[in-house]
Design a protein around this ligand. Structure first.
Ligand SMILES: O=C(O)CCC(=O)C(=O)O
Length: 307
């Protein structure tokens, strides 16, 4: 491909992301996050092992059915997510290798408009189908409460451009719904009335402006995690979707502290984890997260959302 064409494609994704608050990068795009079939199958195999450890109870870090947001607790044996894929005790090195890979770092720096040396390592989890109960997440913004006033929403949205979240599907996935452009625009009265309680929607498409995000294996959706979004999980449909985020520490990683540190990332301070990372850029990214944790030390952990 000609250099000029590649630049035009990158500009298209960046412009789309900035305007709508989300963008899908298909598996066959020149900047796809999955560089090869080999990389794809390696991730699938690591996910299968992580899922079976989670379902058997061997891996305790999970998203528990019945609990939409952290802390997830243990009230139900069924799970809708596997937490902390890069944890050295899970011993699945393919995850850190991928999270810190050129493909991922190039796409993230493109969409955030920053350099690698600005990046802050954050969360890397896996979203899976529950096995015995359907489950759903209500319409929400990750770091704005459902009862926030119009002015509180304006204020929160204005400072939420210092990070990016993404889902990379390993199987067909149509669980996520978003409202394009809502990463910059407070809810209308009609949208507010459908997102002011903790109840998940019966039909997500009733939300004015909603679109369903449909991903094929290897596709990625990047999104601003304060876009208005929800998700539905069917126990009958296989899901294994990589779910991660990164911050731009140069533009104020501190804004992200509550939302990121609520996931209990103390394990990331262990020197073993630092040692295990694949290269110096990754180690510097982790250093920025540890700086963030240290800046918050002594403060009680607070949670972005309840329910
Ligand atoms: O399941 C998904 O795709 C979205 C998950 C989500 O919205 C969240 O973790 O806040």
């Amino acid at each position: 491909m000609h250099f000029r064409d590649l630049n035009a494609i990158k500009a298209y994704y960046k412009t789309f992301y900035d305007k709508y608050g989300y963008v899908i990068i298909p598996s066959n795009a020149p900047i796809s996050l999955i560089p090869s079939y080999e990389a794809f199958f390696k991730l699938q195999e690591s996910c299968e092992r992580a899922i079976s450890k989670t379902r058997s109870g061997e891996w305790p870090h999970r998203r528990t059915v019945g609990k939409q947001f952290p802390p997830y607790g243990e009230d139900n044996p069924d799970s809708w997510g596997v937490q902390h894929l890069m944890h050295f005790e899970l011993q699945e090195w393919a995850f850190a290798e991928w999270y810190c890979s050129d493909r991922v770092l190039d796409a993230v720096t493109l969409l955030l408009g920053c350099q690698r040396e600005d990046l802050q390592m954050e969360l890397f989890n896996l979203l899976i189908n529950p096995t015995s109960h359907d489950f759903a997440l209500r319409w929400h913004r990750d770091d704005v409460r459902e009862r926030a006033s119009y002015d509180e929403e304006v204020h929160a949205l204005a400072k939420w451009h210092t990070g990016i979240q993404w889902n990379t599907a390993l199987y067909h996935d149509e669980c996520l719904y978003v409202v394009p452009e809502s990463h910059m625009i407070p809810r209308t009265q009609a949208q507010r009335s459908l997102s002011r309680t903790q109840a998940p929607p019966k039909d997500p498409m009733r939300m004015p402006g909603a679109v369903k995000v449909v991903l094929e294996p290897g596709d990625t959706v990047f999104y601003n995690s304060n876009i208005l979004h929800c998700a539905t999980y069917s126990s009958a449909t296989k899901r294994a979707t990589l779910h991660a985020c990164m911050g731009n520490a140069a533009r104020g990683g501190l804004n992200r502290a509550r939302n990121i540190l609520q996931h209990d990332l103390k394990w990331m301070k262990d020197p073993w984890f630092w040692q295990s990372l694949p290269h110096d850029t990754a180690k510097r990214m982790l250093d920025r997260l540890i700086d963030l944790q240290e800046a918050q030390e002594g403060q009680e952990v607070s949670y972005s959302l309840s329910g």
